[in-house]
Design a protein around this ligand. Structure first.
Ligand SMILES: [Zn+2]
Ligand SMILES: [Zn+2]
Length: 116
């Protein structure tokens, strides 16, 4: 009995962490990386880039190599060097959507208008 409960909880946790690291529908690479890095950090590989590519741009076989050419040798470097100039905000903003399906271009996320 207890073992069943433990197994059930474990399955639930696995499913949960799966959903948490799932790229959103048409979430762009930059927003996805920002979200994952804020949550889980960088392990000096392209693990999030590769996960995003599998879901969102499976035909972009050269993606990692292209990002490396642009100075992105791991997930956090992709954000820093390939997609610089993100808005100076504390946390990731909601993604405005991939410009094209399968495109690694960042979305056109806009700063919120200051209301003061
Ligand atoms: Zn890194
Ligand atoms: Zn985005």
């Amino acid at each position: 009995m207890t073992e069943d409960i433990a197994a059930a909880v474990e399955t639930e946790l696995v499913q949960l962490s799966c959903q948490l690291t799932e790229p959103g529908e048409r979430e762009c690479l930059r927003c996805y990386l920002l979200r994952m890095l804020a949550e889980f950090g960088c392990d000096c590989t392209h693990r999030w880039t590769i996960r995003w590519r599998e879901q969102c741009a499976p035909q972009a076989a050269e993606l990692v190599r292209r990002l490396q050419e642009l100075g992105g040798f791991c997930d956090c470097e992709v954000v820093l060097n390939v997609f610089p100039g993100y808005l100076p905000v504390d946390g990731p903003l909601p993604c405005a959507g991939q410009p094209r399906a399968g495109s690694a271009l960042p979305c056109a996320v806009r700063p919120l208008r200051r209301s003061a």
